[in-house]
Ligand binder design. Structure first.
Ligand code: ZN
Length: 333
């Protein structure tokens, strides 16, 4: 039997579910805000999986996926435990912003930097989440892209310090059940990279449809989380194939770079997420207010786009010069 597990203000016995928080802080009106967490503590000993959602406040579908996954976990049948930080950045999530407006900090960074519980409000959230990261063996950090995009998983094998962790990082990433893309790094820039560097395979699933808790979007994340928990022996049973996801590409893929606008204007896109595009093919056109072409956007490599961003305005393809248009990935050499 495992002993009582403690994290933040949660204490949970084997075979039970505990709800509470990993960090607390007060807003200007003096009221307390929590970084909420659920611990599903298995009756038997095993690995610890940390799943975080809502690190970026616009990526709400990962929260829906995680809440559904936790509901489907029976601690009596589990070996090990799942720590679910369901709303990692409650301030950004409440306001629908990518980063915390109160101190303009992206929560992704301070989680892997030296903990700073005396810092501004985002490092204070991060210090609580970092304790959960220190306690885990594996990490799933749920993120999402706006539509149109394809669901996929980012891993960072390149930063692992042993062949064993490199191999396990891929096995864990593939268990999620969608396309896997390597983000080549030499130093950590995210919780995923830092976890993998520390010998705890970490992945970033990117669901398709950031703002929406729509069953067809969240169910991919729910199944992926449950699949990963099965692959590392926390849940009984074998991973199940994803249903209704198109495309799921098999093979070794790497991030190539961004497509960017060199002018302001109206974006027209000619391709779909996950569609194979040859180098030099016409991906998009930027038009001026008279319908004249300002920029033709060409594919820089044989590869694919995982999402068309259309700049910084949510859900609008109106570009300012220098805005990002799409993420490009390709087969690894
Ligand atoms: Zn994100």
């Amino acid at each position: 039997m495992t002993g009582t597990f403690e994290i933040g203000d949660i204490k949970v016995k084997p075979g039970e579910v505990g709800k509470g928080s990993v960090a607390r802080f007060r807003l200007g009106d003096s009221q307390e805000i929590k970084v909420p967490a659920i611990v599903v503590n298995g009756a038997k000993e095993g690995k610890t999986l940390l799943v975080t959602a809502g690190v970026h406040g616009r990526e709400v579908c990962g929260i829906g996926a995680l809440l559904d996954a936790v509901k489907r976990m029976d601690p009596d049948k589990m070996s090990g435990r799942v720590i679910a930080v369901t709303v990692a950045n409650p301030l950004a999530v409440s306001l629908g912003t990518y980063i915390t407006p109160h101190d303009s900090v992206n929560l992704s960074s301070p989680i892997f930097e030296p903990p700073n519980p005396a810092g501004s409000v985002t490092p204070r959230m991060a210090a609580g989440i970092r304790k959960a990261l220190d306690a885990c063996d594996y990490l799933i950090d749920m993120h999402a892209n706006p539509l149109p995009s394809m669901p996929f998983v980012i891993m960072c094998q390149s930063i692992a310090r042993s062949d064993e962790i490199r191999k396990e990082a891929r096995r864990f990433a593939e268990a999620f059940g969608v396309t896997v893309i390597e983000m080549i790094k030499t130093a950590p820039v995210s919780m995923r990279d830092f976890a993998t560097y520390m010998g705890k395979p970490g992945i970033t699933p990117e669901l398709a449809g950031n703002f929406f808790l729509w069953d067809s979007i969240t169910s991919v994340g729910t199944r992926g989380i449950l699949n990963c928990a099965k692959a590392i022996g926390i849940l009984p049973g074998e991973p199940e194939p994803q249903a209704g996801v198109d495309p799921i590409l098999r093979g070794n893929f790497v991030f190539h770079g961004m497509l960017r606008s060199n002018t302001g204007g109206f974006l027209k896109v000619h391709k779909k997420p996950g569609e194979f595009i040859r180098e030099g093919d016409h991906v998009a056109t930027i038009l001026d207010c008279y319908g004249d072409v300002l920029q033709e956007v060409m594919m820089p490599t044989d590869g694919y786009c995982w999402a068309f961003l259309g700049g910084n305005l949510p859900q609008s393809w109106v570009l300012t010069e220098g805005d990002n248009i799409a993420y490009v990935f390709k087969k690894a050499n």
